[in-house]
Design a protein around this ligand. Structure first.
Ligand SMILES: [Zn+2]
Length: 391
């Protein structure tokens, strides 16, 4: 890439415009499943910039997805910038700018990042910098669990609103995640027939749901010790974790129900269904041992994935990152599951999560430095030039 283009891109980022965009998006509350107004605001901004905007329900008519693209008309790959407009269900904190830092609900997760990727789209168009292919900008609802279930991203993929590679400006900046674990949240409800009864009045052989719950926790701990040997250098290792056990009313009453909840994470791509089968087998064995009934809710939040660390997309990103920051970004793990897991596992495209060094996601103290948004805008624009130009 000619040096001058890098410099022109970095110089073209408009600090005021980018800050205003972030504040305007944060200003509209958008709890998951109610991001329609924020999507309308974003669509209006894109339209005001002269982009032609497509709105599509994508399985959630309350907040149709926002899509806009920058076309060169020359053959080449499509790079997608994708973000979720929805936020976790916490009290709304209005936006404010203080000493170069933007605060407010979703500043970190992830309207700051969305604003930065929109700024990248604008400067690519102003500079006519994209050599070939196109950039597809998308934003949607239904991300944050447990309220959202990723249905809009799945629908976007089904309906072809998807690129050949995708950048997700979530708040992850220290490492470049080229692998991610799959995760499911489980809830096991153990039941026996009958009603709660005094300890000394129990009929002989009455099944014990507390004992069955204890056995389940022990078995999951033993399973975890085996699972953790299954590891991947970047994704981490398999795990089974119990975070909550609820049962019983008082010390001398035999209850009828015990609920055990936790997570199961795995590193092997595409193994979500097999993981669930194995879990069900453990429960079936325990049910017959204890005479209790086991019911399993097993909600897959995201599938495990790996992307080629030597492929053209990672190469394009690292070229751009080096141009902006001086050296490549170390490859590492992604601590959370995001829409990148869906893009990689369902659409089969490389997905890279990289955004501003922002803090306070899922709290009332979200913050993102404006400098970081400027960096991400330049980086995204340069990555598009590298990837779509195939240099
Ligand atoms: Zn997020």
């Amino acid at each position: 890439m000619p040096k001058t283009l890098e410099e022109r891109i970095v110089r073209a980022v408009d600090r005021q415009r980018l800050t205003d965009t972030a504040l305007a998006l944060i200003e509209v509350p958008s709890p998951t499943r109610s991001a329609g107004e924020a999507a309308d605001r974003l669509a209006a901004m894109l339209a005001a910039d002269g982009f032609s905007v497509q709105r599509q329900d994508a399985d959630w008519a309350q907040a149709p997805v926002v899509a806009a693209s920058l076309e060169t008309g020359r053959p080449g790959p499509t790079l997608q910038f994708d973000g979720h407009l929805d936020t976790v269900h916490l009290p709304f904190v209005p936006p404010r700018l203080e000493n170069g830092i933007i605060y407010g609900s979703s500043a970190a997760d992830m309207k700051g990042g969305i604003a930065a990727s929109l700024e990248a789209l604008r400067i690519l168009r102003t500079l006519d910098a994209l050599p070939a292919g196109r950039v597809l900008f998308t934003a949607h609802d239904h991300h944050e669990g447990p309220w959202g279930d990723g249905r809009q991203v799945r629908a976007m993929i089904r309906e072809g609103i998807v690129g050949d590679a995708v950048l997700l400006p979530e708040y992850l900046s220290e490492t470049l995640p080229v692998a991610g674990r799959g995760v499911a949240i489980f809830k096991v409800t153990i039941r026996r027939e009958g009603v709660p009864v005094h300890e000394v009045l129990r009929p002989p052989g009455l099944p014990d749901v507390v004992g069955a719950g204890a056995l389940l926790v022990t078995r999951l701990h033993t399973w975890h010790e085996q699972l953790k040997r299954n590891s991947h250098p970047h994704a981490g290792s398999d795990s089974a974790f119990v975070g909550s056990v609820r049962t019983g009313e008082i010390y001398n009453q035999s209850p009828t129900e015990c609920v055990v909840e936790g997570t199961r994470r795995w590193t092997t791509p595409g193994s979500g269904a097999a993981v669930k089968d194995e879990f069900e087998q453990i429960l079936a064995d325990l049910a017959s041992e204890t005479g209790t009934e086991f019911e399993l809710e097993f909600v897959e939040q995201g599938e495990a994935y790996r992307i080629d660390p030597d492929g053209p997309f990672v190469h394009a990103f690292q070229q751009a990152y080096t141009a902006v920051s001086g050296s490549p970004l170390p490859v590492g793990a992604k601590p959370f599951v995001d829409d990148g897991n869906i893009y990689a596992s369902v659409a089969g495209i490389p997905a890279l999560t990289h955004g501003p060094a922002a803090t306070g996601a899922h709290t009332l103290n979200e913050a993102v430095p404006v400098e970081e948004l400027l960096r991400v805008a330049s980086l995204y624009a340069l990555t598009a030039v590298e990837f779509c130009g195939g240099a």
